[in-house]
Design a protein around this ligand. Structure first.
Ligand code: ADP
Ligand code: MG
Length: 1076
């Protein structure tokens, strides 16, 4: 518990002695010490301090927010929070019933509660909720302006009953509300007691409106100019700032969404009533007439009706009898009565329509609100007029006091009777406490046939003249002997009561003498039809809509309306029913003195209130009773997590046993009693400890639930993912399968195809296979290569490889590069080419021994040109490492060999000639024309060989130039060699050109061969000829055989598979017909 400076005893339950004296003493001590709130358990007793105390600031709000009642010093905040918590925690509708006599602080308390609720809600700052809160708070300014007045007991006395529901959403934020008003004391509009005022609104408009507005309303800023507001003789009250309140009221109208037309009409109606009050009648001659017709025109203008109609309605009555319509002129007194009834009725209607307007503004009005706020709960705040005793008490006081009887009855029912009955029912040992049950008084007022209201209604129903005196007689007849009702006739000794005028009711809160005068009229509450029609005829739609029944035809007989008494009784019964189904919280207000003094504690007055409020009985019941009770199942459900035996579920027996085990484990056995169906907890501290233990565990449980739910969500998501993957996998398989089938279809005859399917267009692959297709294609290509190569004898593969390399650089650039010929390489070793081949062989042997190469790749006789432009015959020998220049007869090397790595490029011409320039790094290129016995074309062969060998040795490509004019270096000089074909001579020759430094290589046309057409034309058309298998033992390139490669199996000419690289250079091998 929070420690705080205690004055007296905060919770009267803890008093040493339980007596009215001790209780009042404690209140006094606390009042004098500035402590105005005291608890009786959960009932808050509030003593009006009549001064501003700093008790309601932000710091106090934070102190009480979310706290249990007994944790902090007594305060209405604590009660408001308890009601709020109950609502939020348990989804329970709650209500806060504020009772006490007039001026005891009920309305203040209700405003404090509203402000507290506004302060603790909407932490998220939602705009709509902020608006609702603002509207709820500001609606007070309007309701008080029109429904409150200064009385002798209270400067700001509520002259109507108010029950306000605040609706909350599931988060506990206010989303709207509803105001129910009860019986406005409308007689005040035309009559005030000395020292009192009319409703604030009249004074607000007089003091608050601007000059120009006043003149529009035809008003003077002078209270004494108006009969209806000057009777009390107290136009101004220190505690009331009419001007400021007027502004606040106007602002509130705006906030609540009243249109300017509405507000304008409202103030015009208020002004019209003031003018109406000044209307006087004369009966010059027989005719009742209006003395001051100017006022009539004011009224007509303000109400937007015709002046004639106003005059007519005030002075006449239209009566319909037996289908005939007659006009009857009022007597002077009838006219005065009619005027006042009219004024009261207009004001009452106005007030109701303002309440309606307020409700329109605060109604829960989200779209689909009902569904969305299915879980909404309400807190009702009841601030109703308190019990009052005036010098003269009339029908209004009777109603008001009856209302307080009803509320007291509810309190007794709930707090005293029900509580005790419950203990009995639950079999808890209990000593019954006596209390006064006021049911008998409620019955006195409301019973059918025998109740005061019923008797009055009956009198009103009587045709013919029934007077108030006759009504009193009727009451005397029916209520004779009732303990709580008496008159002078019934108790002749009672000198206090006036004969045939007064009756006394012994209320729970004290005896009240009522004057019967006006009871009948006020109960009947007649308003001549003429006024209703007049108002309905208004050209101002705001006004005319307030009086819909004015539309009725005069001849229509209307059902007799319910009397004021019965209406009030019904509304009270409905109110009590509404409150009874909510969890009630009570604030009992006490007035410390009648002087509105902050320092006087009038013991007698307070004792009286304490007595009639039944506070000491309340205390007794409370003290003997229990702070909290709950059915076993709900108790267990709420607290099961704090015991290992009951969490997560109790399986060891009934809920009662579970509860017992839980309570014992927590060590609270001495503070509880076990009833038949409920557990009773004596002290709030125990409950608090249970709540705290629970609150400590809740976050863990929440996290646990979140964890489980997250897990469940993830598993669900995982399963969905797996399903999706399965579907995807199957779909992918299906797509692949269909693709493969499609491939299968288009490539079905691939073996029979001339190009083994090279021309076949691949069907567009599905997305999943897109990356695979290039693999398929390379597989296909490899297969095609295999198919093509399988037609070529293995022994031909080495020369094939060279041909491919040569073709890569020469095909399409050079007319003939010898592809159709058999490339043997080492030509000088063959006697066909070289009759002295044995000399060559032995020379090679020597060189090999000396220079250590492994094999001979190429040898040929050449015609060479040197740096002095001299042409000579030589032999060339290419080994796996070097290039030798040999003597053409002896085959001895003429100089040391040139390493192949020294080669920097090769140049050849596009023609059929045999010129080859082997560029060397040294600045002295090797420029030769290849010679052969058979006029064979060996340029391609030598080029391919060098390229390949260079690639093997250096992992790089040699540059090959094919051009008609070629550049070369001879003797460190750059020379140009032009290739020309001549029709003279029989062998190729070099000579000097015409230009300086130019060389010409001339090639006799006669050596040219006829060439086949380009290969593309015949491609794909012709099935390949069956390959001729090579004889076994065929050799190839690179087999270490000095005889060169191949044994002539690859022959030029048709009928043979030729292998080439296709011209787009993508490295794929294709078969062609070999026709070129
Ligand atoms: N808690 C309070 N703090 C200060 N003044 C108060 C308080 N309660 C009531 N009063 C004073 O008492 C007057 C009457 O209170 P009110 O709530 O209007 O009484 P009721 O509604 O019971 O007739 C208020 O105008 C105010 O001056
Ligand atoms: Mg009030």
């Amino acid at each position: 518990m929070a420690s705080y400076e205690e004055v007296g005893i905060g919770d009267a339950v803890l008093l040493d002695e339980i007596s009215t004296r001790a209780f009042v003493d404690n209140l006094r001590v606390r009042f004098n010490g500035g402590k105005i709130y005291t608890y009786i358990g959960e009932v808050c007793v509030s003593v009006n301090p009549y001064r501003t105390i700093n008790l309601y600031g932000k710091e106090y709000v934070t102190q009480y927010k979310g706290r249990e009642i007994f944790e902090r010093p007594p305060h209405v905040f604590a009660l408001a929070d308890a009601a709020y918590k109950a609502m939020k925690r348990r989804g329970q509708d709650t209500c806060i019933v504020i009772s006490g006599e007039s001026g005891s602080g009920k309305t203040e308390a209700s405003k404090i509660i509203m402000r507290y609720i506004a302060a603790v809600t909407n932490v998220a700052g939602q705009q709509e909720i902020e608006r609702v809160k603002n509207v709820l708070l500001q609606s007070n300014a309007i309701l008080e302006a029109f429904g409150n007045a200064k009385t002798n007991r209270n400067d700001n006395s509520s002259r109507f009953g108010k029950y306000m529901d605040i609706n909350f959403d599931f988060k506990g934020d206010p989303i709207g509300g509803h105001v129910q008003n009860y019986l406005l004391e409308k007689s005040r509009v035309v009559l005030q007691q000395p020292g009192e005022r009319n409703f604030h609104s009249f004074y607000q408009v007089l003091f608050g409106a601007t000059d120009s507005d006043l003149s529009k309303l035809k008003l003077k800023r002078d209270v004494n100019a108006y009969h209806y507001i000057r009777q009390g003789g107290t136009p101004r009250v220190d505690s009331i700032a009419d001007k400021v309140d007027y502004k606040a009221c106007q602002a509130a109208f705006k906030t609540l969404g009243f249109s300017p037309e509405q507000t304008d009409a409202i103030w015009r109606i208020v002004s019209a009533i003031l003018h109406l009050g000044n209307i006087e009648f004369t009966s010059g001659g027989d005719e009742t007439q209006i003395k001051n017709p100017k006022e009539v025109s004011n009224i007509a203008e303000l109400l937007r009706v015709s002046p004639d109609q106003v005059t007519k309605a005030l002075c006449h009555r239209v009566i319909a009898a037996r289908g005939e319509v007659m006009e009857k002129r009022h007597t002077e007194s009838e006219a005065s009565y009619g005027r006042d009834a009219f004024a009261k009725a207009i004001y009452e209607r106005l007030f109701s329509s303002i309440v309606e307007g307020v409700n329109n503004a605060i109604e829960v009005r989200f779209e689909g609100a009902e569904a969305k706020y299915k879980y909404n709960t309400v807190i009702g705040v009841l601030d109703i007029y308190g019990f009052e005793i005036f010098d003269r008490n009339s029908f209004e006081q009777f109603c008001i006091n009856y209302c307080n009887e009803k509320l007291q009855q509810l309190f007794i029912e709930l707090v005293l009777k029900q509580e005790q009955e419950e203990y009995r029912r639950e079999g808890i040992a209990w000593q019954t406490i006596e209390y006064f049950n006021n049911q008998i008084i409620c019955d006195l007022v409301e019973q059918s046939h025998k109740g005061i209201i019923a008797i009055t209604d009956e009198a009103c129903l009587n045709v013919g003249r029934v007077t108030d005196e006759m009504l009193l007689e009727a009451m005397e007849g029916k209520l004779k002997g009732h303990k709580h009702f008496t008159t002078r006739k019934l108790s002749p000794m009672d000198k206090e009561l006036k004969h045939v005028e007064e009756f006394r009711v012994k209320h729970y809160a004290g005896d009240v003498v009522y004057s019967i005068k006006g009871f009948l009229e006020k109960n009947k509450d007649t308003l001549f039809q003429d006024f209703k029609r007049l108002m309905y005829s208004s050209s101002d739609p705001v006004i005319s809509s307030m009086w819909p029944e004015g539309a009725q035809d005069i001849t229509m007989t209307t059902k007799r309306p319910l009397t004021a008494g019965t209406l009030f009784k019904n509304s009270m019964i409905a109110l009590v029913k509404n409150l009874a189904c909510k969890e009630p919280y009570y604030i009992r207000c006490i007035k410390p003195n009648d002087q509105k003094s902050p320092v006087i504690f009038d013991e007698e007055r307070v004792t009286h209130q304490v007595n009639y409020l039944g506070l000491v009985e309340n205390l007794r019941v409370r003290r003997a009773g229990f702070a909290y009770r709950q059915s076993y199942d709900r108790f267990l459900r709420r607290y099961k997590m704090i015991s290992q035996y009951t969490w997560p579920n109790f399986h060891g027996g009934t809920d009662r046993e579970g509860t017992k085990i839980l309570v014992e484990e927590q060590g609270f056995s001495n503070d509880v009693k076990y009833g038949n169906t409920k557990i009773f907890v004596r002290s709030p501290q125990t409950l608090f400890a249970l709540e705290q233990a629970r609150a400590k565990l809740i976050p863990g449980i929440v996290i646990f639930l979140q964890k489980m739910w997250r897990g469940a969500l993830c598993r669900m998501r995982y399963r969905r993912m797996c399903a999706a993957l399965t579907i995807m996998r199957h779909y992918r398989l299906y797509k692949m399968r269909s693709y493969m089938l499609e491939l299968h279809r288009v490539f079905r005859n691939v073996r029979q195809m001339q190009d083994y399917g090279k021309h076949v267009r691949w069907p567009a692959p599905p997305l999943v296979l897109r990356s695979m297709v290039s693999d398929f294609q390379s597989i296909h290509n490899r297969w095609r290569a295999h198919m093509i190569l399988s037609n070529v004898p293995k022994s031909d593969w080495p020369q094939l490889r060279i041909k491919v390399i040569a073709g890569d650089v020469l095909m399409g650039k050079r007319a003939d590069w010898g592809v159709r010929e058999t490339w043997e390489g080492n030509y000088l070793a063959s006697t066909r080419e070289n009759p002295d081949s044995s000399a060559f062989q032995s020379a090679v042997k020597n060189m090999r021994n000396k220079d250590g190469f492994r094999e001979v790749l190429f040898s040929s006789l050449v015609r060479k040109i040197n740096r002095n432009d001299k042409m000579s015959e030589r032999a060339i020998l290419v080994t796996d490492r070097q290039i030798y220049k040999l003597h053409s007869k002896t085959f001895k090397p003429l100089r040391s060999p040139i390493p192949i790595l020294e080669v920097s490029g090769i140049s050849v011409s596009p023609g059929q000639d045999q010129l080859v320039i082997i560029h060397l790094r040294g600045g002295n290129d090797f420029v030769v024309s290849l010679m052969s016995q058979s006029n064979a074309n060996r340029v391609g062969e030598l080029t391919g060989l060098l390229l390949r060998q260079y690639q093997l040795l250096n992992r790089a490509d040699l540059r090959v130039v094919v051009a008609g004019t070629l550049q070369c270096m001879l003797g460190n000089k750059s020379r140009m060699i032009t290739v020309e074909e001549t029709n003279v001579g029989t062998f190729p020759a070099f000579r000097k050109g015409t230009k300086r430094g130019e060389l010409v290589y001339s090639w006799p046309e006669s050596l040219n061969k006829a060439l086949p057409p380009p290969p593309q034309t015949s491609l794909h058309r012709q099935a390949p000829n069956p390959p001729s298998r090579p004889p076994p033992g065929a050799n190839g390139y690179g087999n270490g055989n000095d005889h060169g490669y191949g044994n002539g199996h690859i022959k030029g000419g048709s009928g043979y598979h030729n292998v080439d690289r296709n011209s787009n250079g993508n490295g794929h091998v294709y078969a062609n017909t070999g026709r070129y």
